[in-house]
Design a protein around this ligand. Structure first.
Ligand SMILES: [Zn+2]
Length: 184
């Protein structure tokens, strides 16, 4: 069993995880980080690695990279499997947000009944992407990683992980060995 850890990244009382711009948000995160006994475990994930998300409908510039993110997790050597279902309580919202994050994961319910909202920020992604499609896929793969109980890697070292803030979202679009091996 992973040990309990402090909640961080809380917004308005809700536990959130974000792909952050490496800067001010990083400092906020580091300020309240505790050392987990089990590295990179995130308690906002769900008990089952097989889960659903509501079908989403955006234009092609979004749909292809969003769908690729699902495929990229489903193609890993883990039990992770995300499928679209109209009865799902989980959803993804792509829109322009004034916040500095690229993506934000918000869990709801208990771990066994987990559902979530993932928000993707067209404003910050547009500003920082040299490869739009890869950037969207990378951000969505990262946020789905939180559903799979993977925590952000924000401090100390720059490991090869989709969960690392220091990795380039223009080029890293798939879960890495670290992420597959850290699956809970
Ligand atoms: Zn994150």
């Amino acid at each position: 069993m992973p040990s309990p850890r402090a909640r961080r990244g809380t917004r308005g009382g809700r536990l959130s995880r974000r792909v952050s711009l490496a800067g001010s948000a990083l400092l906020v995160t580091l300020a309240v980080t505790v050392s987990p006994a089990s590295a990179h475990y995130y308690s906002g994930g769900g008990a089952s690695a097989s889960f659903t998300i509501k079908p989403y409908d955006y234009n092609d510039t979004w749909m292809k990279p969003l769908n690729k993110a699902l495929s990229n997790w489903n193609g890993t050597a883990t039990p992770a499997y995300v499928s679209k279902s109209s009865s799902s309580s989980s959803w993804v919202q792509a829109a322009s947000f004034s916040s500095s994050w690229y993506g934000l994961y918000t869990p709801y319910g208990s771990r066994t009944g987990r559902y979530f909202r993932i928000q993707l920020n067209s404003r910050t992604i547009y500003n920082d992407a040299s490869n739009w499609s890869n950037f969207v896929t990378s951000s969505f793969v990262h946020e789905l990683g939180h559903r799979l109980s993977l925590d952000d890697i924000t401090s100390g070292y720059c490991t090869t992980s989709i969960m690392s803030y220091c990795r380039n979202r223009n080029s890293m679009t798939t879960p890495q060995a670290h992420d597959v091996n850290s699956y809970y």
